[in-house]
Design a protein around this ligand. Structure first.
Ligand code: SF4
Length: 477
């Protein structure tokens, strides 16, 4: 674990997030933005469901033969004049980046957005070694100014309002006219672009992530909407690609298939604005490009996942749809999850990477509404995987005693149908008493904390089992 985690304080983090007015204002845009755009994009593509199957199958096939595809990829990169480094841990990956920086005397590094660099805590390591990392994705640039981490895997500054960003620009860009007009978002964008152009030209090394590593050609592909990936990798003398083992796909055709579901699931675009391919350093007749090309492929616990029940999670293509559609993420944003990956995908990945002891609340941070699984473009069974973590948390006694006792109580009744029916009837009668004719209960004495901010529907008719029995019995003749 390279980044300090506050996943253990999830409940306190979530509580704080719910009371943060700026955060709540920013998060209100998620359903109207990402969610609505995805729905519209999918409505325009009748074969979307078939493409999801295809994307899932490509990822499953690659994971089943990952050793072969990693070898094939490595040999193609070497043949193109590049270097491939395999890193088992975050520390190894950071050490490799540092070694490359030192060997080129680098003082400044520009970075295209890379969640892997967040996972390994690269910026802190570069800073500590006198190398200045500069984020070039607009959202990443903004949170770097604020010394924050991303709150969303594709929209790192999703937790901020425009007014907060304007205040940050005025605080940091002190050499610009204090009276300049930054009212419109476009003016903020133009200001960031002007500053970023100077950074691109001054950088010694460019580091990008990768959406895909192509085994048949040794190519890495990065998608962006700002073109910052292109400038990061083509202007400096050295290009470093930082990616994890699950980014492999066999062919360019496979990547093209998955690209068709990626942008639609992520931002509701048919395609991202830039899809940039790089294969090795510049060749003799290339007009531009880096002189040196390195790929660092990170494991960091993924090989262990590959051999276990969380293998499906390695299909993730980091589109962000699961968090965009998650009612918990929509309410509290990404920082409350306390580590790099938020939302339902983080609730599965974080325990795998930093341990269940450090993150046992995360798999419980779900209503199990199933939205995440229903929108995942590679059909990852996220609720099932979270349930698996919950089971482990229960058997390792990581849940609070009251929660374990309540579950034990429920199991006892569930195993005794007559008692269960009697108990649910008694509970219904009690709830009916508290409802006193209202549709919702909002002040249950024994669920005060829960009902304080939620409505609890009052019982309508008999218990579920009684209504089921009545319906299937049919009217008496
Ligand atoms: S789990 Fe699925 S929906 Fe969520 S980010 Fe990964 S690919 Fe996208």
């Amino acid at each position: 674990m390279s980044l300090t985690s506050t996943s253990q304080q999830f409940k306190a983090n979530a509580h704080h997030a719910l009371g943060d007015a700026d955060l709540q204002a920013a998060m209100a845009h998620v359903p109207t933005g990402f969610v609505a755009s995805r729905a519209a994009a999918i409505a325009r593509l009748p074969e979307f469901e078939a493409l999801r199957d295809s994307a899932r199958d490509i990822k499953n096939h690659t994971l089943a033969h990952l050793d072969l595809y990693l070898e094939a990829y490595e040999s193609k990169v070497l043949a193109a004049g590049g270097h491939v480094h395999f890193a088992r841990t975050s520390d190894e990956a950071n050490a490799i980046v540092l070694e490359i920086c030192k060997s080129h005397g680098a003082k400044t590094v520009t970075k295209g957005k890379s969640m892997i660099s967040e996972e390994i805590g690269l910026n802190a390591v570069l800073d500590a070694n006198g190398i200045k990392p500069i984020e070039t994705d607009l959202g990443e640039y903004i949170i770097q100014l604020r010394r924050e981490t991303p709150s969303h895997i594709i929209a790192p500054a999703a937790h901020l309002t425009k007014d907060q960003v304007e205040a940050d620009f005025r605080r940091v860009h002190v050499n610009l006219d204090a009276k300049r007009d930054l009212e419109e978002p476009q003016t903020l964008l133009a200001e960031a672009r002007t500053i970023m152009r100077q950074n691109f030209l001054a950088a010694d090394i460019g580091i990008t992530g990768a959406n895909f590593l192509i085994a048949e050609t040794g190519t890495s592909i990065i998608v962006t909407n700002e073109g910052n990936g292109d400038l990061t990798q083509s202007l400096p003398k050295v290009h470093v690609v930082l990616a994890a083992i699950e980014k492999l796909v066999p062919t360019l055709e496979d990547a093209a298939q998955i690209l068709r579901v990626l942008a639609r699931s992520a931002t509701g675009q048919d395609m991202s604005v830039y899809t940039t391919l790089s294969t090795g350093p510049r060749r003799a007749d290339d007009p531009d490009g880096p002189e040196h090309y390195h790929v660092i492929i990170l494991d960091n616990g993924r090989s262990s996942m590959l051999a276990g029940p969380f293998k499906d999670m390695l299909r993730c293509i980091r589109c962000g749809a699961s968090m965009n559609h998650c009612p918990v993420y929509q309410s509290i944003g990404g920082h409350a999850y306390g580590w790099v990956y938020p939302g339902p995908m983080g609730a599965v990945l974080t325990p795998s990477f930093i341990g269940l002891d450090q993150s046992s609340d995360l798999p419980n941070a779900s209503t199990f509404c199933g939205q995440c699984e229903s929108v995942c473009p590679v059909r990852i069974p996220l609720p099932g995987l979270m349930r698996l973590w919950r089971e482990r948390s229960f058997s390792r006694q990581l849940m609070p005693f009251a929660q374990r006792a309540a579950l034990g109580f429920w199991v006892f009744f569930a195993k005794n149908p007559r008692l269960y029916r009697a108990a649910t009837w008694a509970a219904m009668s009690a709830l009916g008493f508290f409802a006193r004719g209202r549709d919702n209960l909002n002040a249950l004495p024994f669920l005060k904390a829960w009902t304080k901010s939620r409505d609890f529907p009052a019982p309508q008719g008999g218990t579920f089992q009684a209504q089921w029995a009545k319906r299937h019995k049919g009217p008496k003749s």
